[in-house]
Write a protein that binds this ligand. Structure first.
Ligand SMILES: *[C@@H]1O[C@H](CO)[C@@H](O)[C@H](O)[C@H]1NC(C)=O
Ligand SMILES: *[C@@H]1O[C@H](CO)[C@@H](O)[C@H](O)[C@H]1NC(C)=O
Ligand SMILES: *[C@@H]1O[C@H](CO)[C@@H](O)[C@H](O)[C@H]1NC(C)=O
Ligand SMILES: *[C@@H]1O[C@H](CO)[C@@H](O)[C@H](O)[C@H]1NC(C)=O
Length: 595
């Protein structure tokens, strides 16, 4: 009271704001409007489908049992840097045009040249009064040469792993705030990360502002030696030597009996999917044994991450802020090992690659709950802002994830049911088994658009590749995606009269899916959230069931433009990508009548 009246008596605006700043924490606590904190743990290449979560007891105990597990959470592009850029901006990769891990199509330099370093979540959080801390891997191609030109914007405190040593578990290089990079040869990357994360937590709680702390370990990514300068050359595989991840010494011998789940799609007798995947040889015993070793190495490497979760919870408890803090756990993309005969890697649109862990614990989030709402990484930036009470950006391609019981229940009927997945460039095989076979490793033309659609009574994957091959899986009957309903070599597509899906002729369903994908592949903002409304501005079609009405048959099957490519490109080159705009259905009139 005294300082306030002094200020009013003319002691000046500076003193007034000082006095208010002094009082704020106390006042907020009293009014019970204390703003929450977020701790965000972002792992690298962690699978959901190969059961890695089952090997993380602290994740189970502190997050899954005490929070909500979003089991239908997807990345929208299954490779690190583009996925992270989408996550931090709330935009699809076709709107960031950061589509690769290195220039010209991606990497940190592309993030910067697209103007995104001034326009992403950490910057918005700081503007909203949050202190922001980050340690670990930010983006690929953020390296010893470009780390200061410019520095990543938006952090109160940062300590980044830098290329070319980002993925070396035992020889990492770290760059703190505005300081010179430091090599930590011989020390274990995830343990260094823990020390830095807990240091930032101490810093954060010593300040008045609420905070967002991101902890981004490299585990369980492959251990990778990168020789810069070779990345874009033909045979660029030699520039990434990706071998099994290296666990901490104390975890080296765990899980001796663990092996990759032998699901129907694991190294199958019958090849499946599109041509480059269908032509993969079946893996021999030595290869499978190596891949099981690779799998165990991932589980072991995740143990040091699991310990961070435990250390984090006990510190938040000691600081008495656990109840005010959201903890969000996810991975940039998923991972496959041996499914569809693939060597270890990602970049595909199979469930293993795109359906990733997401667990949220915090104030108001149901405990021990499994949610079925369909969510994706482009929803995370909107979610962060919503949790922290900050206005969403108008140009988000995603929408906040419901996190209270009431909003999760409401979303069961109200929320959209699709995920838009895209990819440009190479399919990359990892692991030292591959290094011995120089003709494997890189598969060009792994460029595709894919759609996941999960609604009442259907669970569908549809994709169109840059060579115009198509895939359609009915995951209700075929959860391992072994039976491509549009595979011409199986006689499927040409014989539409005998094939059906959801009780409709197959090609009628496929036409709806194709139109939805056509909207999504170039969508912006609200179109990405409500794509059916682009096709049906009248607003009477909001689900696949609605669109399957036979009044729309001619519109979809005959009149609508189709998703297609004129050639394969390693990046988002518009003139290779066929039609960009879908025709609209208007007021009961078919398009042809309406024009
Ligand atoms: C570790 O990284 C440094 C560069 O930061 C390099 O000079 C050194 O040779 C590396 N050591 C090993 C064992 O690879
Ligand atoms: C590029 O790769 C080749 C083949 O592995 C290697 O001999 C060469 O040293 C690499 N060049 C650079 C600049 O790293
Ligand atoms: C990739 O696509 C391009 C352009 O469509 C084509 O010329 C090339 O042969 C394809 N490469 C492979 C390995 O399929
Ligand atoms: C995306 O970036 C690439 C590389 O800079 C460029 O060639 C391409 O035209 C861009 N695509 C779009 C749609 O802007």
């Amino acid at each position: 009271m005294k300082t306030l009246s002094l200020a009013l008596l003319g002691a000046g605006a500076a003193l007034l704001s000082l006095a208010l700043a002094d009082q704020r924490p106390l006042q907020l606590k009293h009014d019970n409007v204390k703003r929450p904190n977020i701790v965000f743990i972002l792992t690298d290449d962690q699978d959901l489908h190969l059961q890695s979560l089952d090997y993380q007891p602290f994740l189970q105990k502190h997050l899954i049992d005490r929070g909500t597990f979003f089991r239908r959470h997807y990345c929208t592009i299954a490779i690190c840097c583009p996925s992270r850029v989408s996550l931090w901006t709330g935009k699809a990769a076709h709107n960031t045009n950061v589509t690769d891990v290195s220039p010209p199509y991606g990497g940190y330099p592309k993030f910067v040249s697209q103007g995104l370093n001034e326009d992403y979540l950490p910057v918005w959080l700081q503007a909203a009064g949050y202190n922001t801390y980050y340690t670990g891997k930010l983006f690929n191609s953020h390296n010893l040469e470009n780390y200061a030109s410019p520095y990543p914007a938006g952090f109160t405190g940062s300590d980044f792993l830098l290329d070319p040593h980002t993925y070396e578990y035992l020889n990492s290089t770290w760059q703190r705030n505005r300081e010179q990079p430091i090599s930590r040869e011989g020390e274990y990357s995830t343990d260094i990360l823990a020390e830095k994360a807990f240091g930032f937590l101490d810093d954060a709680v010593s300040e008045d502002n609420p905070f967002v702390l991101t902890i981004a370990p490299i585990a369980p990514h492959s251990n990778a030696k990168i020789s810069e300068g070779n990345v874009s050359e033909e045979g660029g595989k030699h520039s990434f030597q990706m071998t099994a991840p290296i666990p901490a010494e104390r975890h080296r011998n765990l899980f001796q009996d663990a092996h990759i789940p032998r699901t129907e799609n694991f190294n199958p007798e019958k090849a499946s999917s599109v041509s480059w995947i269908r032509s993969l040889p079946r893996q021999d015993e030595e290869n499978v044994a190596y891949n099981d070793h690779f799998y165990r190495s991932r589980l072991r490497a995740l143990q040091a991450v699991d310990e961070i979760i435990d250390g984090l919870i006990s510190r938040l408890e000691e600081y008495d802020i656990l109840q005010d803090t959201y903890i969000i756990y996810t991975s940039d993309n998923g991972y496959h090992i041996g499914q569809h005969r693939l060597q270890p890697g990602k970049e595909c649109s199979f469930e293993e690659d795109i359906n990733v862990p997401l667990i949220i614990r915090g104030p108001g989030v149901p405990e021990g709950e499994v949610a079925d709402v369909v969510t994706s990484h482009t929803d995370l930036a909107p979610t962060f802002l919503k949790l922290l009470g900050v206005e969403p950006k108008e140009d988000f391609d995603g929408v906040a994830i419901p996190i209270t019981r009431a909003s999760i229940d409401q979303a069961k009927t109200g929320r959209h049911e699709h995920v838009n997945v895209e990819f440009w460039g190479y399919g990359i095989e990892e692991g030292d088994y591959v290094l011995k076979k120089p003709d494997f490793a890189l598969h060009a033309n792994n460029t595709y658009k894919a759609l996941r659609l999960i609604g009442r009574g259907y669970n569908i994957h549809y994709s169109v590749w840059c060579n115009n091959e198509h895939e359609l899986y009915n995951l209700e009957d075929d959860p391992y995606q072994m039976n491509n309903l549009l595979d011409p070599s199986e006689g499927h597509a040409s014989d539409s009269s005998s094939s059906s899906l959801l009780g409709f002729p197959l090609l009628k369903v496929a036409a709806r899916l194709d139109a939805l994908l056509l909207v999504l592949k170039s969508c912006k903002r609200d179109e990405c959230i409500h794509p059916w409304r682009v096709l049906h501005p009248a607003g009477n079609v909001n689900t696949l069931w609605d669109a399957l009405d036979s009044v729309f048959d001619q519109f979809y099957v005959e009149e609508q433009a189709k998703v297609e490519f004129s050639r394969c490109e390693p990046g988002y080159i518009l003139d290779a990508e066929g039609p960009k705009q879908a025709l609209m259905y208007r007021d009961g009139l078919r398009w042809s009548e309406w024009v």
